[in-house]
Design a protein. Structure first.
Length: 401
């Protein structure tokens, strides 16, 4: 199937010993029992809940000898036709995720069928771990479009820069020129040595002039009648520090440029030095923590608000854990033809932050859930909070991730 459906997603791991989702599911299912499982067998700081993934090509359906399992073209849900089920258990054995169950008493298989589009587990979850993501064909369909970047880019495995750059290219399309500077972002926009990573034109500018270079190129394209997007994609050092004068200048002139700052809160490519966006008290090699100094001594620059205060048409924040949100904001950015767009991406660097290499998504999610990095946008002077946690988590959930 090539289309998207409403999807039950788990936004993060949940606290151990909470079984609210199981209880709500069991109350609806009755004697059959719950089909969502809260796995806290290891009693770790966080546990996981497990439910059916509504596979595009369900192995349970292939294994069923009586054609009792079907996948709906209308809503994408895999369902068991109880009248056809012979209780053989083949589907239970076939499901590699362990999300098919057998009612021993009635000898029929059962599974999560999304409560007809209104999952009880989502309503019962007190921690907002579970969410029903509504289908947005226009936004989500971009995730299967052409990738503007080659495989094998020179970034650390698990680095958010790669994912966010690829999503950026997929949604903006190939009618674009990227502008970059020395730094981690250049590993995907410009490539390594003479080996390009992008399938579209890229311009390698200095850290001081990426913004003004993009603005000059855009004016040339406008003068020659070419509707080509000029997109700057650089890090926080080239944005908040070295290149800030040029950035502020194109914002003041309201140049028609899309400027994307991928912020990992330090100069990571050159060895983890403090930048203008490094938080107060944070450790870097130039803001050490020890007997004589306790990390960075001053607050960070909050670049999204600084740029919004320039009065440009569109400013927004984004991060890896909320890709649909970022995709929707890129769609808006594409429509701006009479001024500048500034997008600020929170991008944890596990190398510089001394965190596990598989932690980037969870760190990003905790940054949003604790309001350390809220998701918002400012469109023509009107501010809007795109995501507000119903139960804001304490900041320790972010700092300890």
């Amino acid at each position: 199937m090539t289309r998207f459906y409403d999807t039950l997603v788990k936004r993060r791991d949940c606290p151990p010993d909470c079984h609210a989702c199981e209880e709500a599911c069991a109350a609806r299912a009755g004697a059959a029992g719950s089909v969502i499982k809260a796995d806290d067998v290891h009693k770790v700081a966080r546990s996981k809940n497990i439910s059916c993934y509504q596979c595009a090509r369900p192995m349970c359906m292939d294994a069923c000898p009586s054609d009792a399992i079907v996948k709906s073209e209308e809503d994408g849900v895999v369902r068991v036709l109880t009248d056809n089920c012979i209780g053989c258990g083949s589907c239970v054995d076939a499901c590699t995720y362990g999300n098919m169950f057998l009612d021993e008493k009635n000898q029929v298989a059962f599974k999560c069928e999304m409560c007809d589009g209104d999952p009880e587990c989502v309503k019962a979850c007190p921690y907002e771990v579970l969410e029903l993501v509504s289908d947005n064909e226009k936004v989500r369909s971009h995730f299967i479009t052409k990738d503007l970047f080659t495989s094998g880019v020179g970034l650390c495995s698990g680095c958010p820069i790669e994912t966010m750059s690829r999503i950026t290219g997929k949604i903006l399309g190939d009618n674009v020129v990227f502008f970059g500077t020395p730094g981690c972002c250049s590993r995907i926009t410009q490539g390594i040595n003479m080996q390009a990573s992008a399938r579209v034109p890229c311009y390698f500018a200095l850290m001081t002039n990426a913004a003004s270079t993009a603005a000059g190129a855009k004016r040339y394209y406008q003068k020659t009648g070419q509707d080509i997007m000029c997109v700057v994609m650089v890090g926080d050092g080239a944005t908040a520090d070295v290149g800030f004068a040029g950035l502020s200048g194109i914002a003041e002139r309201n140049e028609n440029v899309i400027y994307i700052c991928i912020d990992n809160e330090a100069y990571m490519a050159t060895g983890i030095q403090s930048s203008g966006t490094t938080p107060f008290a944070a450790w870097t090699f130039t803001s050490p923590v020890g007997a004589y100094r306790a990390g960075k001594r001053n607050n960070s620059k909050y670049m999204p608000l600084i740029m919004a205060d320039h009065g440009i048409p569109y400013t927004a924040t984004a991060t890896l854990s909320h890709l649909e949100d970022y995709a929707a904001k890129l769609e808006k950015a594409k429509q701006v033809k009479d001024g500048m767009v500034y997008l600020h991406i929170f991008s944890p660097c596990y190398t510089g932050w001394r965190s596990p290499e598989n932690s980037s998504v969870e760190i990003s999610r905790m940054a949003v859930e604790t309001n350390y990095f809220p998701l918002w946008e400012c469109e023509n002077g009107e501010y809007k909070l795109n995501y507000k946690p119903k139960n804001r988590l304490p900041i320790e959930e972010f700092t300890n991730t």
